[in-house]
Design a protein around this ligand. Structure first.
Ligand SMILES: Nc1ncnc2c1ncn2[C@@H]1O[C@H](COP(=O)(O)OP(=O)(O)O)[C@@H](O)[C@H]1O
Ligand SMILES: CC(C)(COP(=O)(O)O)[C@@H](O)C(=O)NCCC(=O)O
Length: 314
C-alpha cells in the first residue's frame, strides 16, 4: 500500500491514504448494514450507499475499534502501574465540520456500526446544537445572525456535560435542539448512561480553549473532521434548502415556513444569502481553522464520496 505524507515529507502530522488503498483495508469484513438501514441513517439529500459504507466506513469503524482497544490497554497498564484499578469511562469521539457537510449522517452511521462490535455494544450520540443558547437569549445578546458561531453556544454547559461523561457519571443529560422550530425544545433532554462510546457531533467541537479554560476538544479520545471544498459545501447547503423548502418548510411549525411559497429562484437567493452571511463566514473563521487538530480527516469529493483519508501519525 502507498501512503504518502501530506506536503513536504516529514512536515505534517498526518499520513494521507487514497480511497483505493483505504478501501482495501477491510475487504472481507462482513457487511451487516442493509440498504434499508442506510436509508434510515442518511440525512436529506445525502447520497450515502452500501458501496460507500463498505469502502470508507467499514475500515473507519474497524480503525476506531482498534483505538478503543488501545485506550483500554493503556488503562489496564496504568492500573497495574498504580496498583489501583482505574474505572473505565466512555471513549469519546468528536465529529466536526461545516454546516451541510454531512456530519450527522456520518455520526449516525458510526454509531450504528460501532455498536455492532461485541466489545462496544452501547454507543450514544449527542449533537452540540442542543447547547446552542435559546433564541430568546441569542436575541438578547444580538447573536441571532451568529447561530453556529462559538459564542452562540453554552460552551460551559457543553464542557460540563462531556466532563461528567468522561468522569464516568452514571447518568448525564443534555438539552435538545429542533431544526424545525429553530430553537431549543423546552423540557426535553437526551440522557447518556455511561455508554462504551459517546459520539459528540457539531460544527465547533474542535475549537481550542479560550482564556486558559478547558474546551470540549480537550476531553475527546478521537476526533474526525469532515472536509470538502467550500464551493461544494455551499452547493449542498443550497440544494438541501431547496429540498427542505419543498418539504419541511410547508409545516406551519417550521421556523422557515415563511419561505415555503418562494419561487425556486427566490429560494436559491435566500439560501445563498444565509450561507454568505452566517454559515460561510463561520466555516472560514471558526471551523476550517480547527481541521489540523483532528485525529482523522475525511476529505469528500463533489458527490459526497470520500476521496482521501488523513490519519494523524502516532
Ligand atoms: N431548516 C431545517 N429544517 C429541518 N432539518 C434541517 C434544517 N437544517 C438542517 N436540517 C437537518 O439537520 C441536520 C444537521 O444539519 P447540519 O448542522 O447542517 O449538519 P450536517 O449537514 O453536517 O449533518 C441534517 O440532518 C439536516 O438535514
Ligand atoms: C444548528 C446549527 C448551528 C448546527 O449546529 P451543530 O449541531 O453543528 O452544533 C446550523 O445547522 C444552523 O442552523 N445554522 C444557522 C444558519 C442556518 O439556518 O443555516
Amino acid at each position: 500500500m502507498r501512503m504518502s505524507d501530506l506536503g513536504a515529507s516529514g512536515t505534517t502530522p498526518f499520513v494521507e491514504i487514497e480511497r483505493r488503498d483505504w478501501a482495501a483495508l477491510a475487504p472481507s469484513a462482513p457487511m451487516q448494514l442493509t440498504e434499508r438501514d442506510i436509508e434510515r441513517l442518511r440525512s436529506l439529500g445525502d447520497p450515502l450507499d452500501l458501496d460507500e459504507v463498505a469502502e470508507v466506513y467499514v475500515p473507519l469503524s474497524r480503525l476506531l475499534n482498534l483505538y478503543v482497544q488501545g485506550a483500554r490497554g493503556t488503562r489496564r497498564a496504568a492500573s497495574e502501574f498504580l496498583r489501583h484499578d482505574i474505572a473505565p469511562t466512555p471513549f469519546v469521539i468528536g465529529v466536526a465540520g461545516s454546516v451541510a457537510v454531512g456530519k450527522s449522517t456520518i455520526a449516525r452511521l458510526l454509531r450504528e456500526m460501532l455498536a455492532r462490535f461485541p466489545d462496544t455494544p452501547q454507543v450514544e450520540l449527542v449533537t452540540t446544537d442542543g447547547f446552542l443558547l435559546p433564541n430568546a437569549e441569542l436575541e438578547r445578546r444580538g447573536l441571532m445572525q451568529r447561530k453556529g458561531f462559538p459564542e452562540s453556544y453554552d460552551r460551559r454547559g457543553l464542557v460540563r456535560f462531556v466532563s461528567e461523561v468522561k468522569s464516568g457519571a452514571s447518568e448525564v443529560s443534555a438539552p435538545v435542539y429542533s431544526h424545525l422550530v429553530y430553537d431549543i425544545v423546552p423540557g426535553q433532554a437526551v440522557v447518556v448512561k455511561r455508554p462504551d462510546i459517546l459520539i459528540v457531533e457539531g460544527l465547533n467541537v474542535l475549537q481550542p480553549a479560550v482564556g486558559g479554560r478547558l474546551a470540549v476538544s480537550d476531553l475527546f479520545d478521537f476526533t474526525i473532521y469532515v472536509d470538502a471544498r467550500t464551493a461544494d459545501i455551499e452547493r449542498w447547503y443550497v440544494e438541501r434548502f431547496l429540498r427542505l423548502q419543498r418539504g419541511a418548510f410547508a409545516d406551519p411549525d417550521s421556523y422557515f415556513h415563511r419561505y415555503a411559497d418562494l419561487t425556486e429562484g427566490e429560494a436559491v437567493a435566500r439560501a445563498r444569502s444565509i450561507w454568505a452571511e452566517i454559515n460561510g463566514p463561520n466555516l472560514e473563521q471558526n471551523v476550517l481553522p480547527t481541521r489540523g487538530r483532528a485525529s482523522l480527516v475525511l476529505r469528500k469529493d463533489a458527490d459526497h464520496s470520500v476521496s482521501t483519508v488523513l490519519l494523524r501519525k502516532l
